[in-house]
Write a protein that binds this ligand. Structure first.
Ligand code: 4NP
Length: 165
């Protein structure tokens, strides 16, 4: 069975579906998609069943990336079904850990996605929420998530010694 890498944001329509798609693309490019699969969800169920935000899709298309995902909410089963959970901001992290502590008997590795961003400021590991901002915000978020997912793929390749290098 593949190792699931689960990306979590608030609404699951802007940041985490983008991270899911970018991770999948990089895993393909690095020949590790037979080992890892990506998924995403939101701490809130507000946008359950919805396609990603139009601005996220437009920006992804501009960067030659297709995103296919329908919104879903984080569920206690995700903590045993995932190898690693990566959250987009500190509030997502707190909400995710809190759900795990209240409802999960088995808990996987939970981290902030930007801990894999080589350009991140260690005092603020948030991927900013682009929801209320303009189009520039979506490009900035794309660049942050792209760097972070590339860093994550490199880290996974190092920590799983049998993977192709
Ligand atoms: P996301 O962005 O967490 O990156 O999917 C948001 C999407 C929707 C809302 C907030 C953030 N909202 O308040 O509906």
């Amino acid at each position: 069975m593949k190792q699931k890498i689960l990306f979590v944001c608030l609404g699951n329509i802007c940041r985490s579906p983008l991270a899911e798609a970018l991770f999948s693309k990089f895993a393909d490019e690095h020949g590790i998609s037979s080992v890892f699969q990506s998924d995403s969800c939101g701490t809130s169920g507000h946008h359950r069943g919805e396609s990603p935000d139009k601005r996220t899709l437009k920006n992804a298309k501009k960067n030659n990336l297709e995103i296919v995902h329908l919104g879903r909410q984080l569920h206690p089963d995700d903590f045993r079904r995932s190898a690693m959970i990566l959250t987009m901001d500190a509030q997502n992290y707190r909400d995710t850990v809190s759900l795990a502590n209240r409802h999960a008997s088995e808990i996987c590795d939970i981290r902030m996605l930007r801990s894999f961003d080589p350009l991140a400021d260690s005092h603020n590991l948030d991927v900013p929420d682009p929801w209320f901002g303009g189009e520039d915000g979506f490009e900035e978020v794309f660049q942050i998530i792209s760097r972070s997912c590339a860093g994550l793929v490199e880290a996974l390749k190092k920590s799983y010694p049998d993977l192709p290098h």
